[in-house]
Ligand binder design. Sequence first.
Ligand code: FUB
Ligand code: ZN
Length: 629
Amino acid sequence: MKSLKPIPWKDVELTAGFWEERNRVNREATIPVGYQHCKSTGRFEAFKLNWKPGKPNEPHVFWDSDVAKWLEAAGLSLGTNPDPDLQRRADRVIDWIAGAQQSDGYLNTHFSVVDPKGRWKNLRDEHELYCAGHLMEAAVAYYEGTGKRKLLDVMCRYADYLCKVFGRKRGQKRGYPGHEETELALVKLYRATGVKRYLDLAAFFVNERGRRPHYFAKEARARGENKSYRWGDYDYLQAHLPVREQKTAEGHAVRAGYLYAGMADVAAETGDKELFKACRTLWQNITERRMYITGGIGSTRHGERFTFDYDLPNETAYAETCAAISLVFFAHRMLNAEGDAKYADVMERALYNNVVSGVSADGKHFFYDNFLASMPGSHKFNGQKSPERQEWFGCACCPTNIVRLMASIGGYMYSLRGSTVYVNLYGGSSAQVGLNGRQVVLQQRTGYPWKETVHLTVKPVEKQTFTVALRVPGWCRKAGIKVNGKTVRPPMRKGFALLKREWREGDKIDLSLPMPVERLEAHPSVRHDAGRVALQRGPVVYCLEEADNGKDLNDILLDPRARLSVSLDAELKVPVVKAHGRKRSKEGWNGELYRVQRSRVTPCPVKAVPYFLWANRGVGEMLVWVREG
Ligand code: FUB
Ligand code: ZN
């Protein structure tokens, strides 16, 4: 079956509602904040290549990627919201980047000034190809957003150089990125330019990975290293086996997500069924055994990685913002490859929960790891001393990932295959779709994910027969659809309701997606969630916060029969969930640590708020999986 093509972000105007707001906050707050941080930390300056030993702001091995992701966001944003000031700043950054390119096409600040002899000596750890990939993505976004090709030309020169350095011919290196990213970026560059060797290089990187003799071992020997790799057999970087033989998602979660997205891209472009099968197997392992209810992946901060099936601790969850974003990338590619709404369900789960949790409501503060239970004082990592979003991080991968994702969110909403337009995500928007050479506008009006109804207006330039495929989310048990006021029962295919007819200007579709609050149970093998439930309404996972429920959230018991009511919260301006619960009391405990006598349990009100909004009202406890009883 032919794959779906996403409707580009540029052709989707966000008009109102959840994603319009997140995209606006991103534009007005996060992009400027990102610029300031890249400036004040010396990340921009690094491209001037004037750093000398002993000077501050030594260019770090992955600083280039932060600038690239900021620039990608700028390009995306300029494509939908022209802003001369932003364009001027971004153009200047591009001039600096272009000025840092070496005569052979190579471009990397760290290896140009800090470690010039180190070029390509340590692909395993040093992020050179990762940075190259992010710069390629920035170049494509900036070109597509502004029509300016200076950075695109720079990055094509760099990619041409990479095509000479890496490959199977004599004198070439049979290496591949230690931190994946370049694979998917090369496919983007190929799609933007039509230059086939970029796709070939992406396929080479994917197919070479994990082969024996092991490139990383050979490379380490050449560096004179004789101790074994600290992460063991290379599963940390998904190079323990050739990718087609990998059955479980292993290692560093961001790397894994980027690799799988790149594999899906290469499979889509080359028609490689075996590679796509490997993507499906890995997808299944993640979503059936290794993913948090929030769409987070990576269960431990030790190696920021996957651990083993059903190991999903809450208080020590890692669930890095970047990892959830990498899952969104993977899901989007699988959705378009298979036209199956189940992928969009996971994409939506990650977006509304783990991803948006990564940024504060004001767009200026960020989470790196996204716990599902939190006690103030218990998290000390990545500069995160308490469960509060931070202004920035020394390792700034997450804020810069958020900024580019939020700028491109419109690009995830619709897809096209032949004469079928797919609506993947709901949100106030207007999409321009070229159908059989004729223009069709599809407008959405909706208060989703808070409201249950979505109103679509179809506007073909002239009447035309085509199909509007509406995603019926997996969480929704009883969707209702009306066309021009009349109830219809269209056929379903892979989670999409197919509305085929001759559409005329102004035809209306009303979709209702009843979203009662539901108690979700985790698979019995998830030991951390035993005896607990999570509350979910529509795609949004809820949590308890100290601000509403006081301390000791683990002492709260939710009766399985308790009514869960939904009301609009005056302060948060979103629906919150309320119920009557019970709470264990500390009264009468006098210095004992253990005792026979049971604690008193008293009635208490329980209030749950959307998980992604947690920690916007000061520091306090938080809990997603609530005890039931
Ligand atoms: O290594 C580059 C980025 O920094 C990774 O993607 C993140 O997980 C963090 O380790
Ligand atoms: Zn990150």
